[in-house]
Ligand binder design. Structure first.
Ligand SMILES: Cc1cc2nc3c(=O)[nH]c(=O)nc-3n(C[C@H](O)[C@H](O)[C@H](O)COP(=O)(O)O)c2cc1C
Length: 253
């Protein structure tokens, strides 16, 4: 389970809500003291890693949000992670209030050197979320992250970003087994599953049934897919079970 620091629940509420392994997803604020406070609360509450999102220095142009003048419920909630410590009185009568909030509060100047700062305020492993290229993956290993989440933010940040599955191999090759590589985006069926994070399916579960229906379906179909691919266990799944467009071109040569 990953909690975002613009969640509607407090770090502590989520920590006490069940037994899942929890990671804390961090957006770094211009007010570094506040970010440090949140990270330390996450560490104290038993989160196992900090997932630093690196693909959102600004919010992407979300046209529906602009048109609907989107205002997230966390702007009206007194218990959530950001409202506790940040003013949400953003100056925007038009467009998306979330976009205005992000522009006003997130630190768009975040850069590689800041990883040292993050390491200095936490003992938790740091994962980089939003990596899509081998260059960034290599640099992330160099600065000492524990893992990489190959993600395009569910396609919500920038049009024309590649699908994550199409760049997974390049990232895995670049890190050479030195750090963990996770993936999210577009996982909707058990046949899509290898090792990954899911975003929207969890929300669909909550909206449609309030239960673990989609997650169970992913698990069931994943097990079926393994059986049909002749893989008794997860460790039996190998690169050769996936055929990409590139492989098809190679086989034609
Ligand atoms: C409603 C919504 C809110 C999200 N909020 C965050 C967030 O606060 N921080 C973050 O790093 N990613 C956020 N994401 C992106 C997800 O973490 C994840 O990268 C993406 O949803 C994965 O794609 P999928 O939804 O196709 O599985 C959000 C996605 C959605 C749909």
């Amino acid at each position: 389970m990953v909690l975002s620091n613009i969640s509607t629940c407090t770090v502590e509420d989520v920590a006490s809500s069940g037994n899942a392994v929890r990671f804390f997803q961090l957006y770094v604020y211009k007010r570094r003291d506040i970010s440090a406070q949140i990270v330390q609360r996450a560490e104290k509450s038993g989160y196992k890693a900090i997932v630093l999102t690196v693909d959102a220095p600004r919010l992407g142009r979300r046209e529906a949000d602009i048109e609907n003048r989107f205002m997230s419920s966390h702007f009206a909630c007194n218990g959530c992670t950001s409202v506790v410590v940040l003013s949400t009185d953003v100056n925007s009568d038009e467009g998306s209030k979330v976009e205005a909030f992000v522009k006003e509060t997130f630190d768009a100047s975040l850069c590689w050197e800041d990883i040292e700062w993050l390491k200095s305020i936490t003992n938790l492993p740091i994962l980089f979320k939003g990596v899509l290229t081998h260059e960034v993956a290599r640099k992330a290993v160099e600065v000492g992250v524990a893992g990489i989440v190959v993600s395009n933010h569910g396609g919500r940040q920038l049009d024309y970003t590649p699908t994550t599955i199409s760049v997974l191999e390049e990232v895995v090759d670049a890190v050479g087994g030195k750090v963990h590589v996770l993936l999210d985006e577009g996982v909707r069926r058990g046949t899509d599953v290898i090792l990954l994070h899911v975003g929207r399916p969890v929300i669909y579960d909550l909206a449609a049934k309030g239960e673990r229906w989609i997650i169970e379906m992913l698990k069931d179909v994943f097990e079926l897919t393994m059986a049909l691919c002749g893989c008794p266990g997860v460790m039996d799944i190998t690169r050769s079970h996936v055929r990409t467009e590139c492989d098809e071109l190679h086989s034609m040569l």
